[in-house]
Design a protein around this ligand. Structure first.
Ligand code: PLP
Length: 409
């Protein structure tokens, strides 16, 4: 939804310079249209019985969640806090699934009492805990096991989850045994199967390898008299952070998976990044420039506490000036104000020489951007703005210095 109007870079129909003036910087900005398009790209290729559960850890701003709930999304949650957020914006609880290796009894009880669709169970001890709590509150728990299919998803190791040796899921060799144990539990209903192999995956072949392993388990379970209602294929579809990357569409992914499983089952998909990433941006101002050892630095008011991905994963985000200028391009490191050498947004970028007070836009920051931000260096959390056509709305107030002390004695 980025476009130039004359020399001004715009999101939908709003000039970024206007947003900077009205809301200050640095600021997260989202395109409503892009969120809706991205969601519809999944929805249009799925049946009415299937559910697109937005992985709300990617972006848990309540207005964004409400926007998705209102157009029929379900939610993939990883904590009681996320379930709380989702219920507050009226997600249908029967479209909420709950994964995570460390669900506490408080969280399990909360999820049960609010009648979520399904727990994605990651260990036999968790199964025991869910069974006990379900018995105590007298609500049957619907479960899927999260199966680790031991597929190396060719992504950053921190976001590879379906590989041997990660903490996630039940090893696929143990899957049938786990279901046989679950079948005997009094307060648990075996309801589905789940796998999520990692994030920012650009090769559909890897999803297919995982799917075939899951299909084999589904078949083995049927032979054992265990039928499942839902197949949950997880999330993980990558997006194009750079122009050289080529991301498959949801349609391509889903049609390949239908070939493996057949269409007659009920499916759940849990996209996070592929719904939120390219719908969000981070707008930052150049505070200072400096030349140090022949290296050009642009020091911006956005730092690693605001956008952690470059520092955490070595992730690449495009950085573009918000005014079209014909100035000479020089190799530049774009860095934040934090006292860490790892505090950078982008390194060795060819950028036009910008002046103090000019702005840059960091693209594809809608997933794992604001959601991962912190107050490190006592920097208050940023403002978030939603663009809808010509209109803008402040969907999170910029925090103040006073807010830093809110819960401290
Ligand atoms: C994070 C996560 C997702 C979403 O992954 P994306 O790469 O953002 O699509 C889906 N399912 C589970 C269980 C997750 O932990």
């Amino acid at each position: 939804m980025l476009n130039f109007k004359n020399k001004d870079l715009c999101i939908e129909q709003v000039k970024l310079s206007d947003i900077a003036r009205e809301y200050g910087t640095s600021t997260y900005i989202y395109s409503k249209k892009q969120f809706i398009n991205n969601f519809e790209n999944y929805k249009k290729v799925l049946g009415a019985k299937d559910i697109v559960c937005f992985a709300c850890k990617a972006n848990s701003n309540r207005t964004i969640l409400k926007l998705l709930a209102d157009i029929g999304a379900g939610a993939d949650t990883t904590s009681g806090g996320e379930i709380y957020r989702c219920l507050k914006v009226n997600f249908n609880p029967s479209k909420i699934v709950y994964a995570g290796v460390g669900k506490t009894s408080e969280e399990i009880e909360y999820a049960l009492k609010n009648k979520i669709l399904m727990f994605n169970v990651e260990s036999l001890e968790e199964l025991d805990a869910i069974d006990k709590i379900a018995g105590r509150v007298k609500i049957k728990a619907k479960i899927a096991f999260r199966i680790n299919p031991h597929v190396d998803p060719d992504t950053h190791s921190y976001i590879a989850t379906g590989k041997k040796g990660t903490k996630f899921g039940i090893p696929y060799e143990d899957a049938v045994m786990a279901y046989l144990i679950a079948k005997k539990k009094k307060n648990v209903v075996v309801f589905g199967i789940h796998s999520h192999i990692g994030s920012q995956i650009l090769d559909i072949g890897l999803f297919k390898i995982a799917a075939k392993k899951i299909k084999k388990i589904v078949d083995d379970l049927e032979k054992n008299g265990i039928g499942l209602e839902y197949i949950n294929c997880g999330g993980g579809l990558g997006i194009e952070y750079t122009k050289d990357q080529k991301a498959p569409s949801p349609e391509q992914l889903i049609s390949e998976l239908f070939l493996v499983f057949g269409k007659d089952k009920k499916f759940i998909f849990e996209p996070g990044r592929s719904i939120a990433a390219n719908a969000g941006y981070l707008l930052a101002k150049v505070i200072y420039r400096k030349l140090s050892d022949k290296k050009n630095f642009l020091i911006t008011d956005a730092g690693m506490n605001d956008l952690m991905r470059p520092t955490l994963y070595g992730a690449y985000h495009e950085i573009i000036p918000i005014k079209k200028i014909n100035a000479k391009k020089v190799k530049t490191d774009v860095v934040g104000p934090i006292c860490e050498s790892g505090d950078f947004i982008g390194r060795d970028r060819m950028l036009p020489v910008l002046a103090q007070g000019e702005y840059v836009l960091i693209t594809c920051a809608g997933a794992y951007g604001a959601a991962m931000s912190s107050e490190y260096n006592s920097r208050p959390l940023l403002a978030e703005v939603l663009v809808d056509g010509r209109k803008t709305a402040l969907i999170r107030k910029r925090a103040k210095w006073e807010d830093l002390l809110l819960n401290e004695e």
